[in-house]
Write a protein that binds this ligand. Sequence first.
Ligand code: C2E
Ligand code: SIN
Ligand code: SIN
Ligand code: SIN
Ligand code: FE
Ligand code: FE
Length: 425
Amino acid sequence: MLNKQQKVDTLLMMGIEMNRIHDLDILFERLLTRARQFVNADAGSIYIRKGDRLEFAHSQNATLQKKILPGEKLIYSTFSLPIDSKSIAGYAALTKKMLCIPDVYKLPLTKDYRFSKKFDGVAGYVCRSMLTIPLLSAKKDVLGILQIINAQNKQGQIRAFRESDEKVMLHFAGIASVAGERAQMTRAMILRMIRMAEMRDPKETGPHANRVAEVSLELYEAWAERRKLDPKEIERTRDKLRMGAMLHDVGKVAISDDILKKPESLTADEFEIMKLHTVHGARLFSNVQSDYDEVAADIALNHHERWDGNGYPGHVDSVNGKPLPGYECRDGSRQHGKKGTEISIFGRIVALADVYDALCSKRSYKEPWDEPRSIQTIRNGAGTHFDPELVEIFLNKLPCIRAIQKRHPEAGWGEEKSNRSKHYD
Ligand code: C2E
Ligand code: SIN
Ligand code: SIN
Ligand code: SIN
Ligand code: FE
Ligand code: FE
C-alpha cells in the first residue's frame, strides 16, 4: 500500500511518466498498474474501443496472480462487448460517465446494466466494488474504459470506493487520455505517409513496399521465436516493423527523378547522392517522437548497411548525415559502415528483404532476375552482405515468400488491378 508521500509523488510524476510512453498498449497497462496501486485495488481491466465495441485488452489481478508460479503470465480470454446499456463497461462508454458501484452483486433493479457473473465463474474470482471510468479524447470520443476492482483497506478487506478515489482516478484518466490520443494520432500520420509514398510512385513503390514489409515480418517472427521473445512483445513489434519496412525508401522522395529513374547505371557522384536517401528518410522521422517513428527512422537509416561493414551510411548522425565522433574519415582510410550486430536487427532484416525484392523486380536500370538466380545471390551474401542467421531463416521460408509475391504482384503482371486496390481502402 502506498503511503502519503508516495501518493503525492505518484500524482506529480504521472503526467511525465504517461507522456513518455508512446505505445497505446504499454500506456494502458501502466495506467492500470498505477491506478490499482493508488487505491490499493486487487484487480483491474482496460477495454479499448474498436468501432462500436469495447475490446477487453488488459487485465491485472493480484489474487489470481498469487496462485500461479512467479514469472508466469495470467491467462485471460479476450472478448468484446457492445457499447450499450446492458453491461457496466458498455454503459460507462455509452453515457461517458464514471460509474462507482459498491457491490456488483447488489445492483439496484432500476439500473439497466447487469454484472456478468460469467466472468467471475470462469476466473474463480469474486468482484465486489468496482470503479469504471471512460477514457475520453479531447473531442469526447471514447478511447477506452478503465475498470478498477475490489479496493482494499489496510487489513486487506474489500471496501467500497470513496469520493476521493473517484477524483484521483478521473485525474489519471485525463492524463492517460491525452497521451493515448497522441499515440493514436501518430499512428494515423504514419499511415498517411505510406499512402503518400504510394501516390508519388504508384507503379513501383506500392507493391514493393508491401512485399518488403511482409517478408520482413516473416523473417522477424522466426528470428524472435528462436529467441523465445514474449509473444506480446512480438505482436507489438510486428505493427511497428510493418510500417517502418513499408517506409524504408521514403527518403527517395528527396532524390531527383533524373537520378531515381535513370535507365542505366549511376555515375559514382550520382550514387553518392542516391546513398543519402537513407539519411533523408531517417530525418523525416527525427522530430516526431513515438515508437513508430523510432523504428521507421532506424530502418530508413540502416537498410543499406552490410554485415561485413561495407555498407552505408555507417555511423552517422541521423539528422545531418555527418559521421559521428570517432568515425570521421581519416586520410588514406575509407569510411566504414556498421558491422554485424552493430546494425540493428530491423536494419538487417529489411536489408535482406529489400535486396531480394529488388533482384526479382524490374527497375528503371535492370530487368527482373529469375528466382534461382535471386536466391543464389542471397545465399552467396550470407556473412558478407547479410546476417547469416537471417539467410538461413529466409531459405526455410521460401514457400511463404512466394505466397507474398503472389499477393502483391507488380503493376503489369496481369490480375494486379483488383489486388492493388486493396491498399487504398
Ligand atoms: P533498389 O533498386 O531498391 O535496390 C536495392 C538494393 O538491391 C541495392 O542497393 C542493391 O543492394 C540490390 N540490387 C538491386 N539491383 C541489383 C542488381 O542488379 N545486382 C545486385 N547485385 N544487387 C542489386 P544499392 O546498390 O545500395 O542501391 C540503392 C538504390 O540506388 C537502388 O534501390 C536504386 O534506387 C538506386 N540504384 C542503384 N544502382 C542503380 C543504377 O545502376 N541505376 C539507377 N538508376 N539506380 C540505381
Ligand atoms: C499481414 O501483413 O497482415 C500478414 C503478414 C504475414 O503473413 O505475416
Ligand atoms: C517514394 O517513397 O515516394 C519513392 C520511393 C521509391 O521510389 O522507391
Ligand atoms: C542478436 O541476438 O542477434 C543480437 C540482438 C540485436 O542485434 O538486436
Ligand atoms: Fe533503399
Ligand atoms: Fe527498396
